[in-house]
Design a protein around this ligand. Sequence first.
Ligand code: PRT
Ligand code: ZN
Length: 232
Amino acid sequence: MLKIAIQKSGRLYEDSVKLLKECGIQLNNGHKQLKTTAENFPLEVYFLRDDDIPQYVYDGVADIGIVGENVLLEKAKDIDLVFRLGFGKCRLSIAVPKSMPYQTVADLDGLKIATSYCSILKKYLHDKGITAEIHEISGSVEIAPGIGLADAICDLVSSGSTLFTNGLKEVEVILRSEAVLTANKDLSEDNTALLEKLLLRINSVKTAKNNKYIMLNAPNIQLQNIFHCYRA
Ligand code: PRT
Ligand code: ZN
């Protein structure tokens, strides 16, 4: 049986369960239980905090997992990124107070930056040759400049409204992220076959989403014209 780890609750939970459902996989119970088995596919589902998923996949407690690419990169575990799933899209960005003059990344030099993404930020600053102090906090990062905890922040952004509400402006995009399917590097032969079966279904779901099914009444004589019209 293939074991998959998905988020217990939060932004990726619904889309992860929906994806399994669209793949024709029926789950027995809700996510109140931490573990469930699929009815019609040899799949066991573990509901976990997203931050723990890369470690569980690395340890082989779960064979595969659905997690944001941002978490995958931050945790830097030696596991495979198998498929980009197209939901949970966001970016990891640096933001500064609106009033702060900002022209280039060099303006970050000497600043104190609050973030939950220390590892990604550290690498980014190093690559850009910037020396800044990184202050790790685990949540509510956007209020850090407002309460004098930091000069800038590095956090996830989707609509940008949280930054706006907190008087911040996005100045650098470090990473564009979405939910990804990850897998342990040493899957058994049986589980590799099951993963391939699952991937085939995920691909079909994705292809179906990119196509439209259209029904119309038309005279036979116009069929060629209509066909060319839709192809265009
Ligand atoms: O409890 P658990 O640890 O599992 O969940 P969590 O609270 O750590 O994560 P969660 O559920 O907030 O996010 C899970 C994943 O969703 C993230 O790792 C990202 O891959 C993805 N994702 C997509 C986002 C966002 N969009 C997002 N906007 N994760 C967080 N945010 C937050 C962001 O941190 C900021 O506080 O939303 C706020 C900004 O949103 P906007 O729309 O105002 O810009
Ligand atoms: Zn988390």
